[in-house]
Design a binder for this molecule. Structure first.
Ligand code: HEC
Ligand code: HEC
Ligand code: HEC
Ligand code: HEC
Ligand code: HEC
Ligand code: HEC
Length: 369
């Protein structure tokens, strides 16, 4: 028996060797099966955020190079007023990087240190370092200085507060008195306008978007506002993705300098039917209203059409200087002139706030026609 079981185990081994070690009679390999479904995740917790990927959304060479080349062509990077006007005490706050930084720190309207060599804006005029590096701390592209803005035209007025990045723009893009504003504004007062720079000067976009600081001459039209300020920011329209260094982004231009490209990408988010900035013909309409008011002011000898400045009431004609009106300006004339300057300097031809701008022009014209 012992021998038999020995023989059996020998033959079993031989069969095993034949089948397993020499599988010569196997057929051709069949096609691969489809992949199985993934197994469920393990229980080792939530995935971490890739901090590097988050930061490099902005911090990468291509983005910065694109932004820098746009910026270099912009008025913020290359305008002539930075070197031209930035070294004057009353201008430095908005016309030099140094003055802007100083007044941001001191909270004053004008600078103490007059920059001898003023330079244009730098990236960190608008962008702050994002201290905590927590993404929830800078949903708005790392912008600084977005607090409410003091109104220079009327220090007693409520601060302008858009509650968003537009505050960073309105700090500079607001009217300033070119010469002291005569008050009180009452029915029978007349004003001795003796300074040609009387009026709100340059960049009143923040005031008009907000629908404030116009000289609200009484008239048929009510002073209401188109609600752009409630829905749109300056950057939605001016920094919408454009084309290279022509328009949009950090060029801030809506129309290219040669006028061949107009960027309405921002507008389309809300006005799907828009084809140009002359939406519903409003720019054409406002430009015509502005011209009509200007012509009337010129005829009344209040506006010098060559310089678009005021003609002092007592100015005597000489050379190219036109003669003034000869008597003091009435309240209505003063207000109408003020509004002309405001809308002219705004340069959006009504887009910033169609309803408010329309009422200013229309009531002003009616008051002096
Ligand atoms: C939404 C875009 C954006 C994101 C996201 C972003 N940054 Fe920035 N960061 C900027 C801009 C713009 C500046 C200003 C550039 C300048 O001043 O030259 C800046 C500046 C900086 C500076 C320089 C500050 C200084 O004062 O010179 C550092 C450091 C920095 N970022 C680190 C980070 C880190 C780390 C992250 C990720 C946690 C991050 N950033 C995410 C846009 C961004
Ligand atoms: C420090 C003051 C300052 C701040 C802040 C500022 N600007 Fe300006 N901006 C200027 C000045 C000054 C000019 C004109 C410069 C020149 O022509 O020399 C200008 C020019 C412009 C122009 C005219 C562009 C053109 O090609 O004619 C636009 C549009 C503009 N700014 C939009 C903005 C927006 C939007 C913001 C906010 C994101 C902003 N600005 C923030 C001072 C400022
Ligand atoms: C509150 C900020 C502020 C102050 C203060 C200020 N400006 Fe400006 N100025 C601006 C802005 C913003 C613009 C650009 C407006 C635009 O492009 O419509 C501008 C534009 C100009 C322009 C260009 C106008 C044009 O049609 O191209 C001149 C010139 C100028 N300012 C001179 C001065 C002088 C001179 C002073 C000082 C006496 C001064 N500004 C003070 C904000 C200011
Ligand atoms: C006058 C203010 C101002 C200045 C100066 C400025 N930026 Fe900006 N930047 C903005 C605003 C506003 C936004 C947000 C735009 C938006 O809402 O679409 C922005 C967005 C950005 C972004 C994120 C969006 C993008 O284009 O990828 C980067 C990156 C950036 N800026 C870099 C820079 C750099 C680099 C400079 C200097 C060369 C600079 N900025 C100068 C106002 C400014
Ligand atoms: C609803 C869109 C919109 C908003 C919001 C807006 N703008 Fe404009 N802005 C325009 C249009 C359109 C023009 C006229 C451009 C043209 O016809 O070439 C203009 C003109 C200007 C100009 C004259 C120079 C230029 O580019 O033609 C300046 C400066 C300016 N805006 C600054 C601002 C500032 C600062 C803010 C925020 C306080 C602002 N804008 C908000 C649409 C807008
Ligand atoms: C974020 C949304 C938004 C963006 C972006 C926007 N608009 Fe508007 N716009 C509105 C709304 C909402 C109204 C109507 C508000 C009201 O009647 O009070 C309006 C009204 C207007 C009006 C007045 C129309 C009328 O007949 O009363 C004009 C003109 C206009 N937009 C032009 C533009 C242009 C040009 C752009 C781009 C440069 C633009 N808008 C970008 C939301 C937007």
């Amino acid at each position: 028996m012992k021998k038999l079981s020995y023989l059996l185990s020998i033959s079993a081994l031989a069969i095993f060797a034949l089948v397993v070690l020499f599988p010569a009679c196997e057929g051709p390999v069949g096609p691969a099966g489809t992949n199985g479904t993934n197994g469920t995740n393990g229980t080792n917790g939530l995935n971490g955020k890739d901090a590097n990927a988050f930061c490099t959304k902005c911090h990468n060479a291509a983005t910065f190079a694109a932004v820098e080349s746009q910026f270099a062509t912009s008025k913020h990077g290359s305008g002539t007023t930075w070197s031209g006007d930035g070294n004057r005490q009353s201008c430095a706050r908005c016309h030099s990087y140094q003055g802007f930084k100083e007044t941001q720190l001191t909270g004053r309207d004008t600078v103490e240190f007059i920059p001898k060599i003023p330079v244009p804006l730098q990236c960190d005029a608008c962008h702050d370092f994002h201290g905590t590096l927590d993404s929830t701390d800078f949903p708005n592209y790392a912008l600084g200085h977005t607090e409410a803005v003091k109104v220079l035209m009327d220090p007693k007025a409520a601060p302008i507060d858009f509650g968003n990045s537009s505050n960073a723009c309105a700090y500079c893009h607001q009217a300033r008195p070119g010469a002291p504003i005569p008050i009180p504004i009452t029915g029978d007062t007349t004003y001795a306008i003796t300074n040609s720079r009387f009026g709100p000067h340059h960049g009143p976009q923040g005031n008009l978007l907000n629908g404030t600081q116009g000289w609200e001459v009484a008239g048929a039209m009510a002073y209401t506002s188109t609600n752009h300020k409630g829905v749109a920011t300056c950057s939605m329209c001016h920094m919408a993705e454009g084309e290279g260094t022509l328009v949009g982004g950090h060029t801030w231009r809506i129309a290219s300098t040669d006028g061949t490209k107009v960027n309405i990408t921002g507008c389309k988010k809300c006005h799907s039917d828009i084809t140009s900035t002359d939406y519903k013909g409003r720019q054409t309409e406002i430009a015509a209203d502005l011209k009509k008011l200007g012509d009337r002011l010129t005829a009344l000898k209040l506006l010098d059409p060559a310089t678009l400045l005021a003609i002092p009431y007592n100015q005597v004609a000489s050379g190219t200087k036109p003669a003034g009106k000869g008597s003091r300006w009435t309240v209505k004339e003063t207000g109408a002139f003020f509004n002309y300057q405001m809308v002219e300097a705004d340069r959006s031809e009504g887009v910033h706030n169609y309803k408010y701008i329309k009422a200013l022009l229309s009531n002003s014209y009616d008051a002096i026609k």
